[in-house]
Design a protein around this ligand. Structure first.
Ligand code: G3I
Length: 400
């Protein structure tokens, strides 16, 4: 196999990667043609997969980085991040070393993009997507229709007559702008509520549901497909593991996807957020059998599965860092052992890479004053037990 050498931008650690001369993937099993466009594939291959296949100079304590451990099994590993990636060189370099995919945690949400009802502000999102593109990192877009992170002006102007137009125009502008650069979109985020009084389990507090009815979901997918012909369109949801109401949510999610598929809605993937222990600290209540069956049923509907926001809330664990890290790692190990056994799971994205910037630390400060440790790297960007658990889970995953 003939290879050529490619270099990263000078600001990054220079790393040699090898691709086949015709630009194809070095290992067709890693191509995952149904997940990634050819362009995105080449990007991921150039930056990580090829490094795994041809050897790399990135050896660090603990062995090859997560992106390579995932790629070796035909998986993609990614992480959430935001504008700090473009300004904090240590974070950026670490991110590029470990992650082959990236999802903006905040900058593609309505509240970030829409300062006023008739304007868009793409400054931050353009910078982030250019940053990822220059480093050949696959981008997931998040999120086009969500009941949260709406700008303040929205409630004042959105009504039953105008909401559909706002939704269509927003998706056309945002997904259209990044068409070809975002490999997958979370089109609708968190549409369900297991305590909903509705038979279909849809979230009653969502302004989209209230103003447009259940049809808003298919409408958003159709608009996304019109704006971007190739992105993998995803329905993203949380609380399928041991959350209160998880069994109902799994059932409602399957029924919702069944209805979308039956009506010809362009949906290709299911996003499993997997904010573990977020709403129930008792991991022993995780129904692994029910969860595996759920993943199998989604796969049987022809969907790719992405673990989209993985982290482990450590609020209930003891303060001692070593004890806490071991407990967090054990949950990662357990969960990924079950999730990755399903071959339709193609990508794992953690909700952040380093404990320095986790939403859990901001939103759920510990009573003992210690910082949360929910992610693969600690606040100093060092690998910890959670990293090892994720890496080992990739090593043990069946090859895609
Ligand atoms: O950007 C402002 C900044 O200028 C200001 O100084 C600061 C002061 O609080 O706030 C900053 O914005 C915050 C932003 O995070 C960045 O830190 C927003 O107030 C805050 O609402 C926002 O929270 C994000 C939240 O979604 C709402 O968008 C979290 O970081 C993000 O982790 C969280 O992500 C969600 C997923 O989208 C969906 N699934 C659940 C997940 C966790 O809640």
């Amino acid at each position: 196999m003939a290879c050529f050498l490619a270099k990263r931008p000078a600001s990054e650690t220079v790393k040699q990667v090898r691709l086949r001369e015709d630009g194809g993937c070095v290992d067709h099993e890693l191509c995952m043609t149904r997940l990634l466009s050819r362009r995105a594939l080449l990007s991921v291959a150039a930056a990580g997969i090829a490094a795994a296949a041809c050897g790399s100079d990135t050896a660090a304590p603990g062995g090859p980085p997560l992106r390579e451990r995932a790629a070796a099994r035909g998986l993609v590993y990614g992480a959430a991040g935001d504008v700090e990636l473009t300004t904090n060189q240590q974070l950026g370099t670490t991110f590029v070393r470990e992650a082959g995919a990236f999802v903006p945690e905040v900058s593609l949400k309505w509240a970030a993009l829409r300062p006023a009802s008739d304007t868009f502000d793409f400054v931050a999102s353009d910078a982030l997507i250019a940053w990822a593109g220059a480093r050949t990192i696959l981008v997931r877009g998040h999120a086009l229709a969500w009941h949260q992170a709406l700008p303040n002006w929205f409630a004042g102007v959105a009504n039953e007559q105008t909401a559909g137009g706002f939704l269509d125009a927003h998706i056309a502008a945002v997904a259209g702008r990044y068409s070809g650069r975002v490999g997958s979109w979370d089109v609708v985020n968190e549409p369900l509520d297991p305590f909903s009084d509705r038979d279909d389990g849809l979230r009653e507090e969502s302004p989209w549901l209230r103003l447009l009815g259940p049809a808003y979901i298919a409408r958003a997918f159709v608009a996304a497909r019109e704006a971007d012909a190739t992105a993998v369109l995803t329905l993203n949801e949380y609380g399928f593991e041991n959350d209160p109401g998880a069994a109902r949510k799994r059932a409602d999610f399957l029924r919702l996807i069944g209805r979308l598929k039956d009506s010809g809605t362009p949906i290709q993937a299911a996003g499993l957020q997997a904010h573990l222990l977020q709403n129930n600290p008792r991991w022993a209540e995780f129904d692994a059998t029910g969860y595996s069956k759920f993943l199998g049923e989604l796969a049987a509907m022809g969907l790719q599965l992405f673990v989209t926001e993985l982290d482990v809330n450590d609020t209930a664990f003891p303060q001692d860092a070593r004890t806490r890290d071991a407990a967090v790692a054990s949950v990662y190990r357990d969960y990924l052992g079950v999730a990755l056994a399903e071959p339709a799971v193609k990508m794992v994205t953690t909700w952040g890479l380093s404990d320095r910037t986790s939403w859990i630390d901001r939103s759920y400060p510990r009573k003992d004053g210690a910082h949360a440790r929910p992610l693969p790297l600690d606040a100093g960007y060092q690998r910890k037990a959670a990293w090892e658990a994720v890496a080992t889970a990739f090593d043990r995953a069946p090859k895609r």
